[in-house]
Design a protein around this ligand. Structure first.
Ligand SMILES: Cc1ncc(C[n+]2csc(CCOP(=O)(O)OP(=O)(O)O)c2C)c(N)n1
Ligand code: SF4
Length: 321
């Protein structure tokens, strides 16, 4: 594994920021022949303050929803310049990095469009701190059920403002783009798994997509020293299944694979939820609801984390007649 850091000291993310750790591992896995494209968000603002940057790689800033077009444009330009002999022919990684708002909400159409451009090679990495963190922890479609944000406070009349379930982004990208060769979920608390997935995504060719879950001490409300522990709990409780889909083949990885094989048991979701102040207003009943949803995903879904069709596929009554 490379010893050199390509995302180094000098950034201004909060102490314990797991998104920053994700970038560190992504940069390490990608190496020096890489162009990084980043959408506005914490990972732009904190990493490229005027005249300073933590990146030891060429870096492009794109507007909030522009990741998809910027990666396709960059990959296409590199390909054309190499074909015309204006650049030496070599492998240059193109990585687009966007937050959950910039990728799953504002930038979704561009990311989806980019993932259909099969003749260009690039990776889109969505770092998911489950909020629009840079603009002071606002709700996004990736904010989990019940979480407090500045847009979803808890009040006397309404306890839970974010009552909708988190969008299943990696699944959407995998199922919705049939030609994509690599889709994975990951987290910084399992860096080797993340490193290997980034390497695979960059080697396999064509557009690829990785979704990381990134604990954010500021938005989630815990002491920064627990970031890795909180990330691991998300996987151990089954809330965040780690998987990869390589050339259409699904495989759970790490702790999630051990849960699926029965080697280890899922921990109760309460162990994850009770550690974060964003869930402090939830009652036991609310937590039981979350537990039921997670149990359903593991026990009834065709593929945990991916295919929400239930195993007992209902046979339409009309088909019998
Ligand atoms: C079109 C547009 N709308 C709003 C903003 C303001 N804005 C800047 S960063 C940001 C939040 C981005 O959230 P996310 O993509 O989840 O990344 P994070 O801040 O969590 O790292 C917003 C709303 C903007 N820059 N451009
Ligand atoms: S607010 Fe959260 S995502 Fe943003 S820099 Fe701080 S810890 Fe990282």
């Amino acid at each position: 594994m490379a010893q050199t850091e390509y995302f180094d000291a000098g950034h201004r993310t909060c102490q314990g920021c797991e998104s920053a750790m994700v970038l560190r591992w992504v940069a390490k896995a990608a190496g020096p022949n890489t162009i990084v494209i980043g959408a506005t968000g914490c990972m732009y603002v904190a990493n490229t303050t005027y005249y300073t940057t933590a990146w030891a790689l060429p870096w492009i800033h794109t507007q909030l929803s522009g990741t998809g077009s910027a990666v396709v444009g960059t990959a296409a330009a590199l390909k054309a310049l190499m074909e015309k002999g204006k650049l030496p022919s070599e492998k240059i990684n193109v990585i687009g990095i966007c937050g959950d708002l910039g990728c799953a909400d504002a930038g979704l159409s561009e990311v989806s469009n980019a993932l259909t451009h099969t003749k260009y090679n690039f990776l889109i990495l969505m770092y998911d701190n489950e909020s629009s963190a840079n603009t002071d922890i606002q709700e996004t479609t990736m904010t989990p059920f019940g979480a407090l944000t500045t847009f979803s406070p808890s009040g006397k009349q309404i306890r839970i403002m974010k009552y909708r379930w988190k969008k299943n982004m990696a699944a959407m990208m995998a199922v919705g783009h049939p030609e994509i060769k690599y889709v994975a979920t990951a987290m910084a608390a399992d860096p080797i798994d993340l490193y290997n997935k980034v390497r695979k995504a960059l080697e396999i060719g064509g557009p690829t997509f990785i979704h990381t879950l990134d604990p954010c001490p500021k938005g989630w409300g815990y002491d920064p020293k627990y970031s890795h522990e909180i990330g691991k709990l998300a996987v151990e409780t089954g809330l965040w299944p780690l998987f990869e889909i390589e050339n259409g083949k699904f495989r759970l990885t790490g702790t999630s694979a051990r849960i699926a094989s029965g080697e280890i048991k899922r921990k109760p979701v309460k162990e994850y939820i009770s550690r974060q102040t964003r869930f402090k207003h939830l009652t036991d009943e609310d937590i039981e609801y979350i537990q039921r949803k997670v149990d359903e995903m593991w026990e009834k879904w065709l593929i945990p984390g991916l295919l929400p069709l239930t195993k007992e596929l209902p046979y339409p009554e009309t088909a019998k007649t």
